[in-house]
Structure formats: structure tokens, C-alpha cells
Ligand binder design. Structure first.
Ligand SMILES: Cc1ncc(C[n+]2csc(CCOP(=O)(O)OP(=O)(O)O)c2C)c(N)n1
Length: 513
């Protein structure tokens, strides 16, 4: 099949697979695919997004694909393919349907010194690999299609796409739900991408709910917001007889320690790939659970009253501490129908500790598959473009912002969401101060090799990319967030990194008493 026919078939197959959005980076070998996608966009069959930087293009596709729809990201050959890797890995570890379509030279040129020619087959270990357009299907997780395209690459044609039969989504064969009795003192744990099931279970049976911000379950009357601190209280943690765990919990050491316990029953809805420690004999992996009966209310009351006193203790200790203030303000600004995309490192941990559990339908997400600090801005832009949210906010540290700042490189013809990017700028990585390496012993090396301050001028960077930017004090953030922007805006909030280690220790201590 010649290149134009392959490109036509590709668009037809994508449409049959329910594709709404496609991402493209420029190149010569991928030229026919670019022209076909452009034609499909002009004909109103899909929405095309063009990005120069393939790493950002792939994260944009990841953000778009978090909606559950298949999203292709199309590139030329050579190093362009390698730039897709971070987002493909994140998609692999979270089951997000990104389709990498990489243009390749014909087989006869492989293994020669032909320009921009390398081994692209099976490039992404663990990712489903295809070589034929007709094999594309809506999927759980990422796919790589490597297309060999031969000369002539382009021809002046009228692009016509035949609408094919829809390709059905993958069948999910689930085992019947395991019925949980209400007798053992149980906590429900909701890790990243759990969905609503943990909250529904906790509320149906009357168990405390320990829900990470990106779980999809953090809300309602059973959520214990300070769970990370409370797991350090022997009178609570010591009484846990069973954990029912959902999603992929990676945020805090107390939770990892809980899941590593061998003296309690652990039922994990999922498999080892979302269970953060090697599972012992006390861990059962299941497909789904169902509640039976109602638990002794005294168990939930114990957690609730401990939570109330921990919240008060943390409030007293914080007393307007800037970084946590920012977390609270952002949390409050995203109400029902809103989108919050949270960066790795302290933003998500701060929000986990001091954020609320509002009883509203909002979407909160991060890149927790591998918890990278890369690609967050593009992920947020993609997520915001994929839905119709009342308000979209991304909330990131300065290094996360700078690492993914090429996500702001968006041409004038490209769709842009209304998105506020809040950057907590403490000039470097504050998270390391709270870990072992933040101890006095390593103080000499700490600033240079862990904290890595950059002194970067975010305002100048935004000016360079023609993105609106404001720098404001933490106390002014709530007012600044009141009016949603038209397009993308960056709000930089400078805070101090000093004292982070001792503050964290004081907070945990205060909440434990
Ligand atoms: C791609 C990638 N590289 C390195 C890391 C390791 N890492 C984790 S947090 C962090 C610092 C993040 O700093 P910042 O975004 O400013 O947030 P803060 O720690 O100040 O909250 C780094 C480098 C990572 N998670 N991902």
C-alpha cells in the first residue's frame, strides 16, 4: 500500500476506534500522516493538536487520553520516537490508552546509515506493538504502531475518508465481586485512579476511608483527611484488622508501611502491578468487592474524632505557613465540575495532608504511575482540553514547571484550554528536605545535588512563550483564582523552602497526639 493510502486507512481506523483528538509532531517521513490528519481536522472529523516537542506531544496525548478515549500521537522517525518514552511509560503504568504512531523507513533501509533511521520496532518495552493499521483497537493501556512508509511520501490528493463500522471497546471479563463481611475493624484505602468504588464501599458498610487526592474517592463523610498522620497512632493503626485497598497508593510511607504489614488481612482490588510492596501470604488480589451488613459505628467514630483533633492540631501548627496555604487555597478553588491536575513532589503531599474531602463531583488527577515531575503542564493542558470543566487548575512546584515548560510551546493555530497553572516557587525541590537526605549530615552537599535551586526567571520564560504570568503573594492567591482565565495563565507564588523539614516533623507530631 502506498503512503497516502496507508495514511487514509489510518484516519479511517482511528475514527472507527472513537478517536476525537489526535496529536502530531512535524517531520518528513510522517508527512502523509500529517496531511491526512490535517484534512480530517478541516473536515471536522477530529481535532488536531500540533506540538514541536515530541516529549510534550506525548504528554498532551496522555492528558487527553485520561478521558478514557484512545488518543494517537504521531511522529517522524529517529530520536523523535525516543522522546515519546516518558509519557508511554506513564501510560503503561496507569493503563491510559495512548497510541504512539511512529513513521519508519522501509525495511530495506534498516541497519544502514540512512538518515534518521534506527531500530524502532518494539521500542517501548511492555507496550503492545503493532505494524498494521487494521490492528488498532480501543485499548486499556498504551499501544505502539510503527508504520513503514516508502517514497513517494506525499501526493496532491483530495483526502476522502470512508466511515467504517465502530471497533468495539475491549471486553473486560471481571470475576464476581467478593463479598466483605463487616466484622473485622477495617479501613478502606483509595490510591491513585481508584474511581468511586472505595467511597461507595466505605459509605455502604460504615468504614473509615483513607483516600489519596487523585483517587477519585476523596469526598464525603467517611473520608479521614489526616490519615497519613493518624496511621502513626498505635491506638488506631494497632487496631486495624483488615485493609481493603483500591488503586495505586504511592504517596506516603505510612500507607506503604500499612500495606507491608503481615499481621492483618489485606484485600487489594487489582494485582501486584498496583500494589506498592511485594505481596505476602496475607494479601488477596480480587477483581471487585461488595459490602455485606454494617460495621460497628464506634470504629468509624474513633477515626472521625481523631481526624477532627488532628485537623485542629495541624491548623494551629501551620498558622498561615505559605506552602500549605497555597495547597488549601487551590483545593478550595476547584469546586464541583472542576479539574485539578497536581504535580508530583510536595504539592500532592501537601494537599493530601491539609486538603479537604468535599462532597462534590470534581476531577483530580496527577501522573502517579511513575510519579515523574516531567510532562505535567502538557498533561494538564490535555486533560483540560478533553473535558468541559467549569474551572481547570494545575498545581505544581517550580522544578516540575521548569522541567515541563516546553509544554507552553503552543502555536497560534492550536486549541488552548482555559487553564490556570499555579506554581509554588520555592526555588528548588523542597521534598528532599523532608527525606533522609535532608538531615544535618548531608547539609554540605544538599543544596547543590538535591535541592537544585535554579534562580530561573519564570516571568521572562512565560513572556518568551507569550503566556500570561502573574507573581503574587500566597495571601493574594484566593482572590487571584476567583476569575477563570481566557486561555492559559501562570500564577507564580513565591514561598520559602527553609524550615520545611522541621515543619513537617512538627505537623506529624502535632497530629499524632
Ligand atoms: C522525571 C523525574 N526526574 C526526577 C524526579 C525526582 N524528583 C522528585 S521530586 C523532585 C523535585 C521537585 O521539585 P518541585 O517541583 O519544585 O517541587 P517541591 O519538591 O518543591 O515540592 C525531583 C527532582 C522525578 N520524580 N521525576
Amino acid at each position: 500500500m502506498n503512503a497516502v493510502a496507508t495514511a487514509t486507512r489510518l484516519v479511517e481506523r482511528l475514527l472507527a476506534c472513537g478517536v476525537n483528538d489526535a496529536v502530531l509532531s512535524p517531520g518528513s517521513r510522517s508527512g502523509p500522516l500529517a496531511l491526512a490528519l490535517h484534512a480530517a481536522d478541516v473536515q471536522g472529523l477530529l481535532r488536531l493538536h500540533v506540538r514541536v516537542d515530541e516529549r510534550e506531544a506525548a504528554f498532551l496525548a496522555l492528558g487527553l487520553a485520561k478521558s478514557g478515549r484512545l488518543v494517537p500521537v504521531v511522529t517522524t522517525s529517529g530520536t523523535a520516537v525516543a522522546n515519546l518514552h516518558p509519557a508511554m511509560l506513564e501510560a503503561l503504568h496507569t493503563g491510559v490508552p495512548v497510541l504512539a504512531v511512529t513513521a519508519d523507513r522501509p525495511a530495506r533501509l534498516r541497519g544502514t546509515g540512512a538518515n534518521q533511521t534506527t531500530e524502532q520496532r518494539g521500542f517501548f518495552a511492555g507496550v503492545r506493538f503493532l505494524t498494521a493499521v487494521d490492528e488498532i483497537a480501543p485499548a486499556h493501556g498504551p499501544t505502539h504502531l510503527n508504520l513503514e512508509l516508502d517514497e513517494p511520501l506525499i501526493e496532491a490528493v483530495d483526502w476522502e475518508f470512508a466511515l467504517a463500522e465502530p471497533v468495539p471497546p475491549p471486553e473486560q471479563v471481571a470475576e464476581p465481586a467478593v463479598v466483605m463481611d463487616c466484622l473485622a475493624d477495617t479501613v478502606v484505602l483509595a490510591g491513585d485512579r481508584s474511581g468511586k468504588a472505595p467511597r461507595e464501599l466505605a459509605e455502604a458498610i460504615g468504614w473509615p476511608l483513607l483516600a489519596e487526592p487523585t483517587s477519585g474517592s476523596r469526598g464525603g463523610s467517611h473520608a479521614v483527611t489526616t490519615y497519613r498522620a493518624l496511621l502513626g497512632r498505635p491506638e488506631l493503626a494497632g487496631r486495624i484488622a483488615r485493609v481493603v485497598s483500591f488503586g495505586h497508593a504511592t504517596l506516603s510511607r505510612p500507607v506503604t508501611a500499612l500495606l507491608a504489614r503481615a499481621d492483618i488481612d489485606i484485600v487489594h482490588v487489582g494485582d501486584q502491578s498496583t500494589f506498592p510492596v511485594p505481596a505476602g501470604a496475607n494479601v488477596t488480589f480480587v477483581d471487585a468487592v461488595r459490602a455485606d451488613g454494617s460495621a460497628d459505628p464506634a470504629w468509624l467514630d474513633l477515626w472521625r474524632s481523631a481526624d477532627a483533633s488532628a485537623v485542629a492540631a495541624i491548623d494551629a501548627e501551620l498558622d498561615g505557613t505559605a506552602a500549605y496555604d497555597v495547597a488549601r487555597t487551590v483545593d478550595t478553588a476547584v469546586t464541583g465540575g472542576g479539574l485539578l491536575v497536581i504535580g508530583s513532589s510536595n504539592p500532592i503531599r501537601d494537599l493530601d495532608l491539609v486538603g479537604s474531602a468535599p462532597d462534590v463531583e470534581r476531577t483530580v488527577m496527577g501522573n502517579r504511575g511513575l510519579a515523574g515531575i516531567d510532562g505535567l503542564l502538557s498533561t494538564a493542558i490535555g486533560a483540560a482540553l478533553a473535558g468541559s470543566f467549569t474551572r481547570s487548575i494545575a498545581y505544581v512546584g517550580d522544578l516540575t514547571f521548569l522541567h515541563g515548560s516546553n509544554g507552553l510551546l503552543i502555536g497560534p493555530h492550536e486549541p488552548r484550554p482555559d487553564l490556570t497553572i499555579v506554581v509554588v516557587n520555592d526555588d528548588g525541590g523542597s521534598i528532599f528536605a523532608t527525606l533522609e537526605q535532608g538531615a544535618e549530615d548531608y547539609a554540605d552537599a544538599f543544596e547543590r545535588v538535591y535541592a537544585t535551586p535554579t534562580g530561573a526567571d519564570l516571568a521572562a520564560l512565560c513572556t518568551g512563550y507569550r503566556i500570561a504570568h502573574r507573581r503574587i503573594a500566597p495571601g493574594d492567591l484566593a482572590a487571584a483564582l476567583e476569575v477563570p482565565p481566557k486561555g492559559i495563565e501562570v500564577i507564580e507564588v513565591p514561598v520559602d523552602r527553609q524550615g520545611r523539614r522541621s515543619l513537617e516533623a512538627r505537623l506529624m507530631e502535632a497530629a499524632r497526639i
